[in-house]
Design a protein around this ligand. Structure first.
Ligand SMILES: CC(C)(COP(=O)(O)OP(=O)(O)OC[C@H]1O[C@@H](n2cnc3c(N)ncnc32)[C@H](O)[C@@H]1OP(=O)(O)O)[C@@H](O)C(=O)NCCC(=O)NCCS
Length: 155
């Protein structure tokens, strides 16, 4: 699995992944802004898609991604997503670990995020990394679901 920083060439593929896993819709411009933002740290995991025609090359495709803002001593995890065909292989764990270790390397001491209370796969991933639920925001999301605010002190 090749994990690297997101570039503008990944945006179309990242948007397809976001749609498949039902992330809140971000425009291409949102991704462009994040890639240009020095406080943002966005990663992609690359896979290969078989070509539709035999005489064309295999195309690289985003099968996982994660993004955060790292500001002063804090990292806010914004997104993490793995294509359903590649879930349960440790990719989410690897992406989150990489976000947190980059944050620690940049001097962050605290991590936080919000997660839908019924998003069990994501909550389990965060709890496994040592995040703890510190707050509940009632009806935080447009559809009325509560947000759990999770926090982690980085070593
Ligand atoms: C949350 C999400 C990123 C997790 O990604 P993932 O790649 O499946 O995560 P992992 O593979 O690291 O861990 C998932 C589970 O697989 C298990 N696992 C990891 N490697 C494994 C392997 N080789 N074989 C079997 N199981 C494995 C983990 O122990 C974990 O189990 P648990 O959920 O019971 O604790 C993914 O479910 C997703 O994209 N969800 C939709 C998007 C979303 O809601 N994102 C969060 C809000 S932005």
């Amino acid at each position: 699995m090749n994990v690297r920083s997101m570039t503008v060439d990944d945006i179309a593929s990242a948007m397809r992944l976001a749609a498949v896993v039902h992330l809140p819709e971000w425009s291409a411009q949102n991704y462009v802004n994040e890639i240009a933002n020095p406080a943002a740290y966005f990663l992609v995991a690359e896979g290969a898609r078989e070509p539709e025609r035999a005489d064309t090359a295999r195309e690289s495709v985003v099968i996982g991604m994660a993004g955060a803002h790292i500001v002063a001593d804090e990292i806010e995890v914004l997104i993490i997503a793995v294509h359903p065909d590649h879930q349960h292989t440790g990719m989410g764990t690897r992406l989150l670990s990489q976000l947190l270790s980059e944050a620690a390397a940049r001097g962050a001491r605290n991590a936080w995020l919000d997660v839908r209370e019924r998003n069990e796969p994501a909550s389990r991933l965060y709890l496994r990394h040592g995040f703890q639920i510190v707050h509940r925001r009632k009806r935080y999301y447009k559809d009325g679901e509560d947000a759990l605010i999770m926090s982690l002190t980085l070593a």
